[in-house]
Design a protein around this ligand. Structure first.
Ligand SMILES: C[C@H](N)C(=O)N[C@@H](Cc1c[nH]cn1)C(=O)O
Ligand SMILES: [Zn+2]
Ligand SMILES: [Zn+2]
Length: 474
């Protein structure tokens, strides 16, 4: 069933209102996992409550416990749940999104202030701002859909349940417990689920995503002297935590991306012919990735190898060092405690526990070889398993209707670990329906969403509801 034409027309006619809504949301700096932004994350949750309430949804803000941030116990951002419609004759669709964002500072290299949605002055339609594509634009896409239906006086073709969290960028702490506890309450009666929290592969081909890599995030902590030291006075006399840490971090991965932790590569599920064929069918040119990263810095020159590097192989990235001197200038200090941060993207059959066992064993063994008198701790901060699924009739039709194109079927290199919690705990068929493009720069400087993706994305989400309502239940 095609979407109601009035709905599609309404979306076209209200683009400016929708952009204003995105601008208001981007202005709330809802950076999770950082004490300085706790209030902003809370404000963003409240913004969603107000928007949904005004549109007639039944909304609740649910507390999900506390966590420790920079040594202080604070409330976790609440989960916002909402519902529109409760007609037993209709299917019930659950949508999930997150209202927190990654950190962003103008001085990181942003062209414009990251928390002010800024249209490209050259008129390309790009809307720059942190969270524009990850994940405020897609979340607001659903609110736009609701607003259009309410103002047109059209009933939704499905019952809609919504679940928005504020901790996705920091491990979705306690969301699994919340899903479990609400399994037979808020989440009961859900037929299927849609998550729009990833991206097309290129800039022109819509896609449906049938797989996600998981993620294990680790810290290596080295404790040495009990205070920072003058490197002139103490250099050459003590085991330096940074030296130990850099040595250990250099032993995790090679420059061409080979993971050096024994036993990890061996866990990868063997590649089948069918799987290879799916990668070969994807519309992808090396130029797409060169444009998305801003240069030819790819490990492979081959498209299929590059796709597999992103989607079906594990990768290990070094993210940063806490406690190390990183400001401009030439401070001559020996930091007393440093924490190295890295993550491993997981693919079938790498598990959170299996990989962690190998990582911890290896890092401890390498540290022992250093003969250092410093103290080592290596631990997982959060983990999420990989996921694969393939059954998307309604979204396929909706994509063809909105974009006039057959979607690619992709796997996402990024991770949305709660996908598995929803799929496993609730036994749901989960669809990943990206809204933004491959060059949106999520997590990066100058994150953006194209106006056409935001507006067509709103149409896509709405059209998906109509197609879903029309297909027979599985
Ligand atoms: C794909 C999704 N939009 C996303 O960005 N997920 C994050 C999840 C995460 C896990 N730890 C920190 N963030 C990602 O893939 O990095
Ligand atoms: Zn996201
Ligand atoms: Zn993200």
């Amino acid at each position: 069933m095609a979407a109601d034409p009035q709905f599609l027309k309404y979306v076209d006619e209200h683009q400016d209102d929708y952009i204003k809504r995105l601008s208001d949301a981007v202005a709330i700096a809802s950076v999770s996992g950082n004490l300085a932004y706790v209030k902003d994350v809370e404000a963003m949750g409240e913004y969603l409550v107000q928007q949904l309430t005004a549109l007639g949804a039944t909304v609740e803000k649910r507390p999900i416990g506390t966590h420790t941030l920079e040594g202080k116990e604070v409330d976790l951002p609440p989960v916002i749940i909402g519902q529109v419609g409760n007609d037993p004759k209709k299917k019930t669709l659950l949508v999930y999104g997150h209202y927190d964002v990654q950190p962003a500072l103008k001085e990181d290299g942003w062209l414009y202030p990251p928390f002010e949605l800024t249209p490209d002055p050259k008129g390309s339609g790009k809307l720059y701002g942190r969270g524009s594509t990850d994940d405020k634009g897609p979340v607001l896409g659903w609110i736009n859909v609701l607003e259009a239906h309410k103002n047109l006086g059209i009933e939704l073709p499905v019952n809609l349940k919504m679940c928005f969290e504020g901790m996705e960028e920091n491990g979705s702490v306690n969301l699994d417990k919340f899903i479990e506890s609400e399994k037979d309450k808020f989440f009961s009666g859900v037929d299927c689920m849609c998550i729009s929290d990833n991206y097309w592969l290129d800039t022109k081909t819509p896609c449906l995503t049938y797989g996600l890599r998981g993620i294990n995030y680790y810290e290596i902590k080295i404790n040495g002297p009990d205070r920072d030291l003058h490197s002139g006075v103490f250099g050459g006399t003590v085991h330096e935590p940074m030296t130990d840490l850099i040595t250990l971090m250099s032993k995790l991965v090679t420059g061409d991306g080979q993971i050096l932790i024994p036993g990890v590569k061996e866990m990868i599920a063997p590649l089948t012919d069918d799987e290879r064929a799916k990668f070969e069918a994807i519309h992808f040119a090396m130029k797409d990735i060169h444009d998305a990263v801003g240069g030819d810095v790819t490990i492979y020159n081959d498209g299929v190898k590059t796709l597999m590097g992103r989607m079906r192989n594990p990768s290990l990235s070094l993210h940063g060092i806490e406690g190390a001197f990183s400001a401009p200038g030439s401070k001559t200090v020996i930091p007393c405690q440093v924490k190295g941060k890295f993550s491993i993207r997981l693919v079938p059959n790498l598990t959170v526990a299996g990989v962690t066992e190998k990582v911890v064993e290896y890092v401890k063994a390498e540290f022992a070889k250093l003969g250092s008198k410093n103290k080592l701790d290596v631990y997982l901060t959060h983990g999420g398993e990989p996921w694969l699924h393939y059954s998307y009739r309604a979204a396929h039709k909706a994509t063809e209707a909105v974009y006039g194109q057959t979607p690619d079927y992709t796997r996402e290199g990024g991770s949305i670990p709660v996908t598995l919690d929803f799929a496993n705990i609730l036994g749901l068929n989960v669809l990943l329906l990206p809204v933004g493009r491959g060059d949106d720069g999520a997590h990066s400087t100058n994150e953006k969403i194209d106006t056409s993706n935001y507006i067509n994305g709103t149409k896509l989400l709405g059209s998906y509801m109509y197609e879903l309502a029309a297909i027979a239940k599985d």
